[in-house]
Design a protein around this ligand. Structure first.
Ligand code: UD1
Length: 417
C-alpha cells in the first residue's frame, strides 16, 4: 500500500497538458487483436490499468512494446484464448477482451469479474448479447467459457446504455455474418473513439455517439496507427483541483465538449474554452448545486461524482447529489466526514445531502476506489494541515503520476511506497 502526503492550502495554478483516455485505451487495446497484424496506439496513458491490458495481450500471444505513451502491438501470433484470473481480478474491465477474443479466436475463457466497491456490477447484458449473436456460453470452475464459431448479426436492445456491454457487442459483431444493430447503445465519447479506431482498421460500423449503432460484419481488418482521445475524467479532476484551492488552471490537449462544463459553471467558475483548451478560474465562494444527478453521457458522469462531492463539501450552502449509475459509489463520503465535511447519506445509499463547511482539516484517510481516491486528494489540497491518503494502488489505475502533475501546479504532495 502506498500513501500520498499532502500539506493543504496551496493554490493550484498553471498549465497542464492532458493525458490520453483510460476508458478509450482499454477497449482499443483489446480491439487491437482483430487485425492479426501491427497496431500502433499513441497517447496511451502510462497507468496500471493499461499495463494490465498489456499483460493480457502478451499472455494471449501478442508482442507488445510500450514507451512514451505509444503502444506497438503485433497480434499476428495470438494463440491463447483465456484471460487469467489474477488479471481479471485486478481489472474488472478485462471483460472487454471477451468480445475481441470471441471475434479473433472464436472462443474465450475468462473468470467471472464479480462485484467491486462500486456495487454489484453484473455482466448479464454482455452475456445475453453474446448468446443472441449465436455464442454458446457455459460456466466451468468459476470461468465463463464462450464458443462462437458462426456468429450472426442481429438486433440487440440494451435495457440500459451500458458502456462495457456496448463495446463488447461491437467487438463481437465485427466479423459476424450480416448486420448487428445495437439499440439503446451507450453514447460516451469512448464509444465514438472505439468506432473511429475500428473504422481506420477497415471495419464497417456507424452510429457511435447516438443510441443506435450498426455493424456490418467484414472478413478481415488491416494494420492501423491511431491516437486515443484525451481523458475527460482526468481533465475534470484537475479542473476541480483549481476550484477547491481557489486557484486557476489551463488544460491543453482537451476536448472541451466532452466535459460537463455546465456543472462547473453552476459552481460559479469562470471558464473560457477554445478548440483544445480550457481555462478555469475558481470562484471566491463555491456555489452549492441543488440537484446534481449522475446520468449516462452527455449528462453528468458518475466518474466525476466523488470529486464534485469533495468540492461541494466546502460550498457556500446545501447541495444534493444523486448517484444514479452505481448503487454503492459512496465510499469516499465517510472519509470526507473524517475531515470535517457535513454529508449525510440517505438510506438508499445513493442520495447525499451536503451542508457546505468553511474548512476541512487534514487527517489519515483510506481510498477505497479510483475516483473516490482522487476525491480525497482534492479534499486534502484544501484542508488545513497535513493529510495522508493511504491507497491500495487505486489512484495509479487511472491517473498518470498524479503527485507530479499536482506538484507542477503548485501543490505540496508526495507519494511514498
Ligand atoms: C464504464 C467505465 C466506468 C464508468 C461507467 C459508467 C470503463 C473501463 N469503465 O464502466 O469508468 O463509471 O462506464 O459510465 O470504461 N450493468 C448491468 N449489467 C451489465 C452491465 C452493466 O446491470 O451487464 C449496469 C451496471 O451495474 C451499472 C450500469 O449498468 O449500474 C452502468 O454500467 P456500465 O456502463 O456497463 O459501466 P462499465 O462499462 O462497467
Amino acid at each position: 500500500m502506498g500513501k500520498y502526503l499532502i500539506n493543504g492550502r496551496k493554490k493550484i495554478s498553471g498549465t497542464l497538458k492532458l493525458s490520453g483516455s483510460k476508458n478509450s485505451s482499454l477497449p482499443i487495446l483489446a480491439a487491437s487483436i482483430l487485425n492479426s497484424g501491427t497496431t500502433i496506439i499513441h497517447n496511451c496513458p502510462d497507468i496500471s490499468d493499461v499495463r494490465i491490458a498489456i499483460k493480457i495481450l502478451k499472455h494471449i500471444g501478442c508482442k507488445v512494446f510500450f514507451e512514451k505513451n505509444t503502444v506497438v502491438i503485433d497480434s499476428s501470433s495470438v494463440n491463447f484464448y483465456d484471460v487469467p484470473h489474477d488479471l481479471v481480478k485486478q481489472m474488472r474491465s478485462s471483460i472487454i477482451f471477451c468480445g475481441s477474443l470471441l471475434s479473433r479466436m472464436k472462443k474465450v475463457a475468462i473468470s467471472y469479474p464479480g462485484g467491486c466497491s462500486l456495487g454489484k456490477r453484473p455482466i448479464d447484458f454482455h452475456i445475453a448479447a453474446f448468446k443472441k449473436l449465436g455464442a454458446q456460453i457455459f460456466e466451468e470452475d468459476g470461468n465463463i467459457i464462450c464458443h462462437g464459431e458462426n456468429l450472426k448479426g442481429c438486433e440487440i436492445n440494451l435495457n440500459f446504455p451500458s458502456v462495457g456491454a456496448t463495446q463488447n457487442i461491437i467487438l463481437a459483431a465485427i466479423f459476424a455474418n450480416g448486420t448487428t444493430k445495437i439499440i439503446n447503445a451507450a453514447c460516451e465519447p469512448e464509444i465514438v473513439d472505439l468506432q473511429n479506431f475500428l473504422k481506420k482498421m477497415g471495419a464497417d460500423i456507424n452510429g457511435a455517439g447516438t443510441s443506435e449503432i450498426i455493424i456490418n460484419g467484414v472478413k478481415t481488418l488491416h494494420a492501423v496507427e491511431y491516437t486515443v482521445i484525451p481523458d475527460r475524467i482526468v481533465a475534470g479532476t484537475f479542473l476541480l483541483s483549481a476550484v477547491i484551492t481557489n486557484g486557476e488552471i489551463e488544460i491543453t490537449n482537451v476536448i472541451p465538449e466532452h466535459l460537463p462544463l455546465k456543472n462547473f459553471l453552476q459552481l460559479g467558475c469562470f471558464i473560457k474554452t477554445n478548440e483544445n483548451k480550457i481555462f478555469l478560474r475558481a470562484p471566491d465562494f463555491i456555489r452549492p448545486i441543488e440537484n446534481l444527478q449522475t446520468v449516462p453521457y452527455p449528462g453528468f458522469p458518475t466518474d466525476l461524482q466523488a470529486q464534485f462531492v469533495s468540492v461541494l463539501s466546502i460550498a457556500n450552502g446545501k447541495s444534493i447529489v444523486h448517484e444514479k449509475i452505481f448503487e454503492s459509489r459512496n465510499k469516499h463520503i465517510p472519509q470526507l466526514i473524517k475531515m470535517g465535511a457535513k454529508i449525510k447519506i440517505l438510506p438508499d445509499g445513493t442520495t447525499f445531502i451536503i451542508d457546505g463547511v468553511k474548512n476541512l482539516h487534514g487527517t489519515n484517510l483510506f481510498s477505497k476506489d479510483l475516483r473516490g481516491g482522487a476525491a480525497l486528494i482534492l479534499a486534502a489540497l484544501t484542508a488545513e494541515g497535513k493529510t495522508i491518503v493511504h491507497d491500495e494502488n487505486y489512484i495509479e489505475r487511472g491517473y498518470e503520476k498524479i503527485e507530479c502533475v499536482l506538484q507542477n501546479l503548485g501543490a505540496d504532495i508526495k507519494f511514498m511506497q
